[in-house]
Design a protein around this ligand. Structure first.
Ligand code: FRU
Length: 928
């Protein structure tokens, strides 16, 4: 169920509950089961009021019954109307005390016929169409009154009879009974019959008119006590009250009623005439409850006169008191009932509030539960989603891992390709040396192999570069260059190709010097790609132009590579930098990867590379680079100026892609074979090829793993080591570090050879102390040049070491360990300069080296043998002594450790081309 529906249900429930409570609160009106209509002829006298009181008292015990009383005020017509009204009110039973019998009878009969029970009380109707009658026997009362009157009159006298309303049955019956009983007394005469209509006022109106009759009357019989009082009072007015006996009917208790009148001597007697109020209600209830009742219920009458008035009065007073008490009690009960009712209502309200609160509480609980359930469901859903997401993530991770594995495999394979390709190219290079012995076809084939191997290498290089870019591993390492010089150098490499193809290849620039920051390796590749592309699409007579434009205002430089060649289709232009695009017209020096790669490399420079081309008109590439270096981070900047970039890659590819004329031989065979090189390389073929090539000029040692390599380095103390970085048992970096930190080997130059070409690895290699870092695939010539360069630098260092005086802190370049070593070596010799027998053996022992190691180290660092070096120090010292001391030449000879002055003279003459005495003479003459 949703929340809104729950709320509506809850309020409907509350409404129902409150209605129920309010219904029970008003049960006094709504729980009425029966309605009794009472048509009363009049309520203007005490007797009727007593009747009502009796009825009310009785009905009070029956809250399920309602009593509706209508007063006809002595009017029969009015009474008929009121009975009709009661019928309209849907009464279940009618009690009627008819004003007059005849006019009322028809409507009563009608009601009776309809099946509504009718109780006739006191006065009767003219038919028997009623259910029950309650009242005293009026005929009998009249009869008793006649008898009693006769007794009072002792059988003789005159009587005035005051009757009730003539049409009402008590008046008729009482008169009949009275007259009938008096028939037994012939001396008693009813002298006057007056209609008092049951009212004192009527009596008082008609009585004065019969004063004559009153004068002679002995007794007045009034049909009720109140009319008797009226007759008494009128009689009194004429002083006859004590002469006349007064008899009345009703005998009511109370201050202004029959008992009191008897007691006061106003009436001589009265007959009780019960109202029947209480009985009529009981009969009505019986009828309503389906009980059978007697049709005629005759009430008893009693004579009250002097004889019993006291007792009767007491009793009636008592009864009145009790009735008053009952009334009080009833009133109390009523107020209690009201209080109870109010409390009940209050309780119901409280109950209702409690129920509301409980309901509300229950609703809150329910809502909470529902919320909890919803929360639970959401939680479960969330869990499910998380699970699914985790699964997706896992799958994505697996997919990524698979992709990475594929790429890694691909990269590794590419790495693997490099060495064999290098070998192929090295072999081809070797074969080309003998090209004059081959047929032209063989030479062509050789070129084909060489060109395609180079193409394959270039492809692999580009793929690996791309992989690096994708892994964000390619980093810019920008140095400051004169871009004009840089471009001119590249153009030189392409000149032959331009000449061969008769292409006007030129540079347009307004400056000769424009320094900008860029990664030379990357820009070299980019320009090679663009120029390759341009040369691909140009023919005889076309032009290729490189433009350099400085745009100071925009803080940038624009490099343009433009050609007037065949141009590209719009589609080709659109996808020119798309690495996966394969156009139809697709044949370049490399692949379409070159342009895509170039674009990425320029992006790494925070620059931009764009192309525009038109078929038949040519193509224009624009490289935008920023001036200054603020766009690079500190890690991307080199602090040294790269003045001497070699454009190796361009040279290599141009040469090997057969785009350039045969390169001149630069092999310098001047080096003698007394230089030894140790090659540490696990690839047998590469090691063999290197060995074969180097053997022509050097003594070569070989090692196929790091461990034997290190051992051989210690054993042979070679003049140079070429080592691969990735080696079994011990890698090249470790070998380098070990050797460079050891005094015995610290002087040996090391060239590291690897296919890994990231900047970090280069830096790592150099940090371990490697003297050069050459990346596979390499041009063998380049390796040879590097070896020669290093050896040349060593020679320069040797000269410096050998010329420097001992004990002086050297400021020259070179390994600090070597410098320390040379210093300690020189100190040792200095300290023992007079000791003629001091030799290499003693020094080796003192320095912790073997004689051979010492010999090789000294030879490598100083370029001379130990003994020759010691001798040269002795001679240098001798020279100083000759100039600065008074010692004789012989004394000096012994002083500097020569065994004889003759040997000293010979050695001196050999070194300085002068005998010691000639040297002294020359010095003296120059001073003077
Ligand atoms: C009261 C009364 C009584 C009398 C009765 C007869 O209205 O006049 O005094 O006994 O009616 O119906």
């Amino acid at each position: 169920m949703n929340r809104a529906a729950g709320l509506i249900n809850y309020y409907l429930y509350q409404w129902f509950l409150i209605t129920l409570i309010l219904t029970s609160c008003t049960e006094s009106t709504n729980d009425i089961k029966y309605r009794i209509g009472f048509s009363q002829c009049t309520d203007a006298d005490q007797w009727r009021r007593v009747m009502h009181e009796e009825m009310q008292r009785e009905i009070a015990f029956h809250p399920e019954v309602e009593l509706i009383i209508k007063n006809a005020a002595n009017s029969s017509n009015k009474q008929i109307q009121q009975i009709k009204d009661l019928l309209e009110e849907d009464i279940d039973l009618l009690i009627v005390s008819p004003n007059e019998a005849a006019p009322i009878t028809p409507i009563i009969e009608e009601i009776y016929r309809r099946g509504i029970p009718v109780i006739v009380i006191d006065r009767k109707i003219s038919s028997s169409s009623y259910t029950s009658y309650v009242g005293a026997n009026n005929y009998e009362i009249g009869s008793l009154a006649g008898k009693y009157a006769a007794e009072l009159l002792n059988g003789k006298g005159k009587i005035i009879e005051i009757t009730g309303l003539k049409g009402s049955t008590p008046a008729i019956e009482r008169h009949n009974g009275f007259t009938q009983s008096l028939k037994n007394y012939p001396n008693i005469e009813i002298v006057k019959e007056v209609e008092g209509k049951w009212e004192i006022d009527t009596v008082k109106q008609v009585f004065p008119a019969i004063l004559d009759t009153i004068q002679q009357a002995n007794l007045v019989f009034a049909h009720n006590d109140i009319m008797g009082l009226g007759a008494y009072e009128i009689s009194k007015q004429i002083g006859r009250e004590n002469d006349i006996k007064f008899i009345g009917i009703d005998g009511l208790a109370g201050s202004n009623a029959g008992l009191q009148f008897v007691n006061d001597g106003i009436l001589d007697a009265t007959f009780t005439y019960p109202t029947g109020g209480e009985l009529s209600i009981n009969i009505a209830l019986d009828l309503l409850n389906g009980k059978t009742v007697s049709k005629e219920n005759i009430l008893q009458t009693t004579l009250i006169n002097n004889g019993n008035i006291k007792v009767m009065k007491l009793q009636s007073d008592k009864i009145v008191e009790q009735q008053k008490d009952i009334l009080r009690q009833t009133a109390l009960i009523e107020s209690q009932k009201e209080l109870y009712q109010n409390q009940k209502i209050l309780m119901y309200i409280l109950l209702a509030s409690l129920s509301c609160s409980l309901g509300f509480g229950a609703y809150i609980l329910y809502s909470l539960k529902e919320k909890q359930q919803t929360f639970k469901k959401l939680k479960a859903k969330n869990k499910e989603i998380t699970k699914q997401r985790n699964q997706i993530e896992k799958m994505a991770l697996k997919a990524e891992e698979a992709t990475q594995a594929k790429l890694k495999f691909f990269t590794n394979i590419s790495h693997e390709f490099r060495t064999p390709l290098t070998l192929i190219m090295a072999a081809v290079e070797e074969l080309k040396e003998l090209s004059q012995h081959y047929t032209s076809q063989q030479n062509k084939d050789l070129n084909l192999i060489n060109r395609n191997a180079a193409r394959l290498l270039r492809l692999i290089n580009q793929l690996m570069d791309f992989r690096k870019i994708e892994n964000s591993k390619m980093q810019v390492y920008a140095t400051k260059h004169n871009i004009v010089k840089f471009i001119k150098e590249i153009m030189v490499e392409f000149e032959n190709l331009a000449n061969k193809n008769k292409i006007d290849f030129h540079l347009t620039t307004n400056t000769n010097q424009l320094n900008i920051w860029f990664d030379s390796g990357m820009l070299d590749k980019v320009l090679f790609n663009l120029l390759s592309n341009a040369f691909k699409f140009t023919r005889d007579g076309d032009f290729i132009r490189i433009g350099i434009e400085e745009r100071i205002l925009e803080n940038k430089v624009l490099l343009v590579v433009e050609d007037s060649g065949s141009g590209m289709t719009p589609e080709h232009v659109k996808f020119a930098f798309d690495r996966f695009y394969k156009g139809n017209n697709y044949e370049t020096f490399g692949t379409g990867l070159g342009l895509a790669l170039s674009k990425e490399m320029i992006k790494l420079h925070h620059g931009n590379l764009d192309v525009s081309s038109e078929m038949g008109k040519g193509t224009r590439f624009e490289i935008e680079l920023q001036l200054g270096k603020n766009h690079f981070s500190t890690e991307q900047l080199s602090n040294s100026e790269d003045k001497d970039f070699k454009h190796t890659e361009i040279k290599f590819f141009l040469e090997n892609l057969n785009l350039k004329s045969q390169k001149e031989k630069t092999i310098d065979n001047s080096q003698s074979k007394n230089i030894s090189i140790l090659i540490i390389e696990d690839n047998d073929e590469l090691r063999n090829i290197l060995s074969e090539k180097l053997k022509k000029e050097y003594e070569v040692f070989e090692a196929s793993n790091g461990k034997t390599g290190l051992d051989k380095a210690y054993d042979k103390i070679p003049d140079l080591i070429i080592s691969d970085v990735m080696l079994p048992k011990m890698d090249g970096l470790k070998i380098t570090k070990t050797l460079k930190e050891d005094i015995k080997t610290s002087h040996i130059p090391i060239i590291l050879l690897t296919s890994k070409n990231s900047v970090e690895q280069k830096i790592e290699g150099i940090q371990t102390g490697a003297d050069a870092y050459i990346i596979k695939p390499f041009n063998f010539k380049f390796l040879e040049e590097s070896i020669k360069n290093i050896l040349k630098n060593r020679d320069a260092l040797k000269k410096r070491y050998s010329h420097e005086l001992p004990l002086k802190e050297s400021s020259t370049n070179g390994n600090s360990l070597d410098k320390k070593f040379i210093n300690s070596f020189k100190i040792k010799v200095e300290e023992n300069i007079s000791n003629a027998s001091y030799s290499a053996n003693e020094i080796a022992d003192e320095l912790g080296l073997s004689r051979v190691q010492l010999y090789r180290k000294i030879k490598a660092l100083l370029g001379v043998g130990i003994n020759d070096y010691i001798k040269s120090i002795r001679l240098k010292k001798a020279k100083i002594l000759m100039l600065e001391s008074d010692l004789t030449i012989s004394e000096i000879a012994y002083e500097v450790g020569f065994s004889s002055p003759a040997y000293f003279s010979t050695a001196f003459k050999t070194k300085y081309k002068l005998s010691p005495s000639d040297f002294l003479k020359k010095e003296h003459s120059s001073k003077s």
